[in-house]
Design a protein around this ligand. Structure first.
Ligand code: BGC
Ligand code: CA
Length: 287
């Protein structure tokens, strides 16, 4: 190759897509033999040298053709690889575009879900507060109802108890009329021991109820604390009274009251407390 000037020129055009690394037109490959710089005359050669040169040239040509073929093949492979890469690149680009769109959609969905989540969290907290408040209300109601139930149970127990002891029921109270006689204070103690007290007369009806037994009995009225100030055993002052005519006459130490003139609607009399008389207890049922 020493004396042979050669040049291979690939006559190619640049790809329109600007990819200068790839050439796809193998038809334009040109090979020039005995290439010489312009204007330099060929040197004179001897016969033997000419034959040798011819053989060498033939040999080189053959090599050149092989090399050219190899280059075509390489070029074809590279073109194919390039096309595959371009195709892959295009796929990746398209995939990337889809992913970008998907990401955007997911971001929107995420924002939406975040908003929904915030609302639901708020609603949940409100409901929880509501439930907590209702639970407290319920617990308070339950406690109240339990207390009321226990009170009613006790009342029912009392009701059954006093009914079975043959007490008389009238307008929310049970009444017990003694069969023996005691002082006013002993009588009161007896009533208290029975879970009751001497009767407190609050109405005409109640007075009439007592009178129907036609007995002179102690009632729960006294002025022993302060002379002239009549007070019921439950601590209330006397407002509605049923004194017999001329009573209370505040006779000698007459600090306690009996239903003496029971045939009369107004039959009360004040009398000394240490006298022994029948008595009447009252157990209020608060029904
Ligand atoms: C009087 C009463 C008095 C009573 C004493 C009656 O005759 O009318 O006022 O309390 O005697 O036992
Ligand atoms: Ca009297």
């Amino acid at each position: 190759m020493s004396d042979l000037n050669r040049k291979v020129r690939f006559q190619t055009s640049e790809k329109k897509d600007g990819n200068e690394d790839f050439y796809d037109n193998t038809d334009n490959v040109m090979i020039y033999d005995n290439y010489q710089t312009e204007g330099s005359p060929a040197p004179p050669k001897l016969q033997d040298d000419a034959t040798k040169d011819q053989q060498q040239t033939s040999h080189d040509k053959s090599n050149w053709i092989m090399e050219r073929n190899q280059l075509w093949a390489d070029n074809a492979n590279l073109t194919s690889e390039r096309d595959e890469l371009q195709s892959s690149y295009s796929d990746v680009k398209s995939h990337n575009h889809n992913l970008t769109q998907k990401t955007s959609q997911l971001e929107n969905e995420n924002d939406h879900l975040q908003a929904v989540n915030n609302n639901l969290t708020k609603e949940r907290d409100e409901l929880q507060n509501h439930i907590d408040k209702k639970t407290l209300d319920f617990e308070a109601s339950f406690e109240t109802l339990t207390e009321q139930r226990d009170e009613l149970k006790k009342k029912l127990t009392d009701f059954v108890h006093y009914s079975q002891q043959e007490w008389k029921y009238f307008s929310g109270s049970f009444y017990y009329i003694s069969s023996n006689k005691k002082t006013w204070h002993e009588s009161r103690t007896d009533c208290l021991q029975r879970g009751a007290d001497l009767v407190v007369v609050n109405s005409r009806e109640e007075q009439a109820f007592i009178n129907q037994y036609r007995k002179s009995m102690w009632i729960g009225l006294t002025d022993s604390e302060r002379e002239g100030t009549w007070k019921w055993v439950d601590g209330t002052p006397l407002t509605t009274s049923f004194w017999y005519s001329g009573e209370p006459n505040e006779g000698r130490n007459e600090d306690c009251v009996e239903t003496m003139f029971y045939r009369n609607k107004h039959g009360w009399n004040d009398v000394i407390c240490r006298g022994k008389k029948l008595w009447i207890c009252e157990k209020k049922m608060f029904l």
